[in-house]
Design a protein around this ligand. Structure first.
Ligand code: SF4
Length: 212
């Protein structure tokens, strides 16, 4: 029998999917990690060129491993041997068949919010790769666009910043201090209101917590 959290996630996911579809996203709900991984591999055809952003979700889900080991041309920044090679892989995203990422927050009515330091991830979401696959745990859903921006800036960003540390306000206090540091991961704050062309961005919502 479904737990209260599972029931709520399923119901809320329906609402978010309706919002996403009204904005021309292709959208799915997968209650478990296994189903989300299967759905992602159904969406990305074998033989595709594919890369992904510095997403905890993509790794936690096991998708990075599956793409590296499967019949894909995968470009994995984690395997880059130098900063130059890593930067080359970031640029390859713009001509890939698929770019896989998460979102820092999604409003209940289907807008995506992403915060980025170098800008490569949000650039690929906006334009370049033929398809973008966003995979996000239900922990990323926020009530409305204002709450989604607050979530991205005050929850996702300070925790993500801890992976890199650096001289930023949140590295000292754990709270977003709206810093202007060159080491900030908050250079770009991008709202994706809708996807154009239709269905270029596909979203898988997962009924488990992923990333921050
Ligand atoms: S303090 Fe700076 S790096 Fe940290 S979350 Fe705020 S703007 Fe981003």
């Amino acid at each position: 029998m479904a737990t209260p959290l599972e029931k709520r996630n399923e119901l809320l996911a329906k609402k978010v999917i309706k919002g996403l579809e009204s904005r021309h996203f292709e959208a799915y709900y997968c209650p478990t990690t296994e189903e989300a991984l299967k759905k992602a591999l159904e969406i990305i055809p074998e033989g595709s060129s594919v890369t992904w952003g510095g997403s905890v979700t993509v790794r936690e889900l096991g998708l990075a491993k599956a793409l590296n080991e499967g019949n894909y041309t995968a470009y994995d920044r984690d395997q880059a041997k130098s900063p130059e090679e890593s930067a080359d892989i970031m640029r390859k995203a713009f001509t890939c068949d698929y770019y896989v990422t998460s979102a820092n927050a999604i409003s209940e009515d289907g807008e995506l919010v992403n915060v980025d330091g170098n800008g490569n991830r949000v650039a690929a979401i906006c334009f370049g790769p033929k398809n973008v696959l966003v995979i996000a745990g239900m922990n990323k859903v926020a009530k409305d666009i204002d709450a989604a921006i607050v979530r991205a800036r005050t929850i996702a960003a300070p925790i993500n910043q801890m992976r890199f540390m650096g001289k930023t306000g949140c590295s000292v206090t754990g709270a977003c201090e709206n810093c202007k540091s060159q080491e900030s991961i908050c250079s770009q704050i991008v709202i994706t209101r809708l996807t154009k062309p239709a269905k270029r961005i596909k979203v898988i919502l997962v009924g488990e917590d992923y990333g921050f």
